[in-house]
Design a protein around this ligand. Structure first.
Ligand code: ZN
Length: 87
């Protein structure tokens, strides 16, 4: 069996395959809403060092990324999430 071809970057993927890759937003798909009190949910959208993950990495739509950013900032003030993780 031929080994499965892996691509190092998105640019290497042929255009006919790029179209096949579907970017879907978790919140649109599950009809869920972003809750600033739900720290476990928000934790999936911050890095280990506490930074907000970029939209292109998580695949959220613009609307939900905006809501997510606001929710994370709100949760930080309420001390549910860290501003910064040192060390
Ligand atoms: Zn969405």
């Amino acid at each position: 069996m031929r080994p499965k071809k892996t691509y190092r970057s998105k640019r290497e993927i042929p255009s006919f395959l790029q179209r096949a890759i579907k970017r879907r937003c978790y919140f649109c798909e599950h009809n869920a809403f972003v809750d600033y009190k739900n720290a476990d949910q928000l934790k999936r959208y911050i890095t280990d060092s506490g930074r907000i993950v970029a939209r292109r990495h998580r695949g959220l739509c613009a609307k939900h990324q905006r809501q997510m950013t606001r929710a994370i900032k709100r949760a930080r003030i309420m001390a549910l999430l860290p501003f910064k993780v040192i060390g």
